[in-house]
Ligand binder design. Structure first.
Ligand code: DAV
Length: 346
């Protein structure tokens, strides 16, 4: 039997059978450097001083993260999933960028449309162009695919302007569209999003304008003073079942959204602990919710996280264990490191 290559973009939820996916590559990854205000608002305070220009992550850490990403990609390929990778060895130090390991922050598929983030952090402004142009070219050979590249106007360096900035809830203002795509979670025709230190109202309006017909964004009420990315706060496991971080969101807030009204909503029942080595330079240990669901039955979970795996299994999932601690260290887990291009929900 020959397997037909799956090309294009057709995905609008987090759980339908995955057919084609992007898996990132670290390259010569660096601590992202952004104005102190943006870093202090979001990054773990113990590490905030590391986020300087030209500060590469330790070479050994990157080599291990790269091996984990390769192994993860091999697991997905062995499941028959088409895997797209950016070029190896991108020098993010020379580009004054961050990494190509976290494509979820910068690309979101909704139906046949792939939307590029209007990143708030200047060091990420060319990340998708640098690492993902060849993949965008490949998928757009399918003429049904719409790619929404970030507009030149979204590069304006105005997000920290304004005198009243110390009274604002978020580090950024609303002077131009800003959003990371990881502040959004797709549940079919409804996309749940959060405002954050990288996502503003103009960014939300921009997404809504560029969605295919019939899709809408709803903003979710999250209690997270350092909010940046919703994909360690909620995770749908299958149609009708979602897990969440009860320290950041309440069941009542989730139930306000019609799409979740009748879902089984399960709070994560433990307080996750950070590993001592390698350090989580950029995130909290809630990366345990940053898993990748393959098909509503199986999901990929960090190899040492037996506590989460047992819990997910008690909810009826089957866990595929994959080492990922070094990728976690540089900013994310399986959800962050991927972009689903095709999910089969027909
Ligand atoms: O809990 O630190 C991590 C999200 C990564 N995309 C957290 C959020």
């Amino acid at each position: 039997m020959t397997i037909k290559p799956v090309l294009g973009v057709q995905a609008d939820d987090e759980w339908s059978p995955l057919r084609a996916v992007i898996v990132g590559r670290a390259g010569r990854a660096c601590f992202p450097s952004a104005p102190a205000k943006m870093i202090e608002a979001t990054m773990p305070s113990a590490h905030a001083h590391r986020f300087q220009p030209k500060a590469p992550f330790p070479e050994k850490l990157i080599a291990k993260a790269e091996a984990e990403l390769d192994y993860f990609a091999a697991i997905l390929k062995a499941e028959g999933i088409e895997v797209y990778r950016p070029p190896a060895g991108i020098d993010w130090l020379a580009e004054e960028g961050y990494t190509g390991a976290m494509p979820r922050d910068g690309l979101m598929s909704v139906g046949n449309t792939l939307i590029e983030a209007c990143f708030a952090w200047p060091c990420r402004s060319r990340e998708i162009e640098i690492a993902y142009t060849s993949i965008l070219d490949a998928v757009s050979k399918d003429t049904r695919v719409q790619i929404v590249r970030r507009p030149a106007s979204s590069f304006a360096n105005t997000l920290l302007d304004e005198e009243d900035s110390c009274t604002r809830q978020w580090a950024i203002n609303n002077s131009r569209p800003a959003f990371d795509t990881a502040d959004f979670m797709r549940l079919g025709h409804t996309i749940l999003g959060q405002y954050s230190h990288v996502t503003n109202q103009a960014g939300v309006d921009y997404i809504q304008q560029h969605l295919p017909k019939g899709y809408q964004v709803e903003m979710i009420e999250v209690n997270d003073p350092s909010a940046m990315h919703i994909d360690a706060t909620i995770l749908p496991l299958r149609d009708g079942l979602l897990v969440y971080n009860p320290m950041k969101i309440t069941e009542a807030a989730l139930r306000q959204h019609a799409v979740l009204a009748s879902w089984d909503l399960q709070p994560y029942p433990f307080i996750p602990q950070a590993p001592t080595e390698p350090p989580l330079y950029m995130t909290s240990p809630w990366l345990c919710l940053n898993a990748l669901v393959l098909d509503g039955k199986r999901m990929v979970v960090e190899a040492s996280d037996l506590q989460s795996a047992q819990w997910y299994e008690s909810l009826g999932m089957e866990c595929i264990m994959c080492p990922f601690k070094h990728v976690n260290s540089i900013g994310g887990s399986f959800h962050c490191a991927t972009v689903d291009l095709v999910r089969d929900n027909s």
